[in-house]
Ligand binder design. Sequence first.
Ligand code: 1GP
Length: 274
Amino acid sequence: MVGSVEKHLLERIQADDAIHLTLVDPEKVSVGSASNLAKRLARSETTAIMVGGSTTNSTVHLDKVVKAIKSDIQIPVILFPNNVTGISQYADAIWFMSLLNSVDPYFLVGAQILGAPLVKKFSLEALPLGYIIVGEGGTAGIVGRAVSIPYKKPELAVAHALAAQYLGMRFVYLEAGSGANQPVPSAMIRTVKDALDVILIVGGGIRGSEQARAVVTAGADIVVTGNIIEEAGSEGEFEKLIEAVKDGGAARSRCRNEQLQSFRHKKLSTKPLT
Ligand code: 1GP
């Protein structure tokens, strides 16, 4: 069942072609700094806040961080759990995710079984997500015991993404790992996007506007950044990155319209005379 957070995301994607989400890692923030961050995010055009990290282990702290963020913003807060300890009753929704290239059944379905009753109890909106580690993979890849897909093997990423779609997941996330040296390459994003009918999320290692624009141009519907908001040093850099996501989306939709028009034009001009 599609809930209000998912509807919000889909409407924003329909309007702008591509959207930006900000990831806040509770391990990296105090309650006070989370509140300051939220005030800054409230002034930005990020579409939703994701809260989670590969090593989240204190639900008490997570609760406080989510509450602090929620008190300052109107946009949705979506949990991005690494484990059952990543579930907070104060969030709006949760990426209900399976790490599809993990060799450990716990990350495929075990943690989900343990967490599902809590998701129900807290009335969290579950957003079904196929999570795929690619390239370096970072801490998420190590903790999740993933066999990471090399950047040169886009066809393997497609196979994983299609499996997610056929299993009924409405989102697929290509994760290069937080702080990755190289974000997911355009060729891999494009190959996956061309094969997929569900929403494609891309994140990990995206540090600047040009990288964000490239990720969108290649086909990402949702761009996730985490570190950049802390690293940028100035609000301007972060804003520019979100602007680049919007520009990339607008350029993509212009390109699609032009292709459609040229297709229609060709069809009309080749219509046989009767
Ligand atoms: C991690 O993809 C996200 O899941 C964000 O990565 O911190 O490198 O932006 P960064």
